[in-house]
Design a protein around this ligand. Structure first.
Ligand SMILES: [Zn+2]
Ligand SMILES: [Zn+2]
Length: 129
């Protein structure tokens, strides 16, 4: 197969309850674990069939989306973040993972990945003694 690799947005997909033996839309591997939501893009398509993707392609798309999700400086302080014991919804920044940290003063929620990025970003910005 020599077609270009389709670009997918992890936010457009949700996990399947049971893995399906449907070829992955992106890489063509046998089992799919995520299914496309009814997005605007899908509604406007000629073929409205929900695309299926495998776990690896979903993870790849998700990591890409999280890496490029913008952390706005000054919107929260990692030092104020509390580790959550129960999840309170999705991460404010990437909107992909469940939140693991919360800043109560600004109601910013961060997943593990975005929290680590924010810690690194703030550490870089700090001038130490
Ligand atoms: Zn795949
Ligand atoms: Zn996140």
């Amino acid at each position: 197969m020599n077609r270009p690799i389709p670009k997918i947005n992890a936010r457009d997909y949700k996990p399947l309850d049971i893995p399906e033996k449907t070829p992955c839309y992106v890489c063509g591997s046998t089992w799919s674990l995520y299914v496309e939501k009814l997005t605007e893009e899908r509604r406007g398509r000629k073929d409205k069939t929900a695309r299926r993707i495998c776990k690896r392609c979903y993870q790849g798309a998700k990591t890409r989306a999280q890496r490029y999700a913008t952390i706005l400086p000054g919107t929260f302080d990692v030092a104020r973040m509390e580790r959550l014991k129960v999840s309170v919804g999705r991460c404010t920044i990437c909107d992909l993972d469940l939140a693991a940290y919360l800043d109560r003063s600004t109601d910013t929620k961060l997943c593990e990945y975005c929290y680590q990025r924010a810690v690194q970003a703030q550490a870089r910005g700090e001038v130490s003694g």
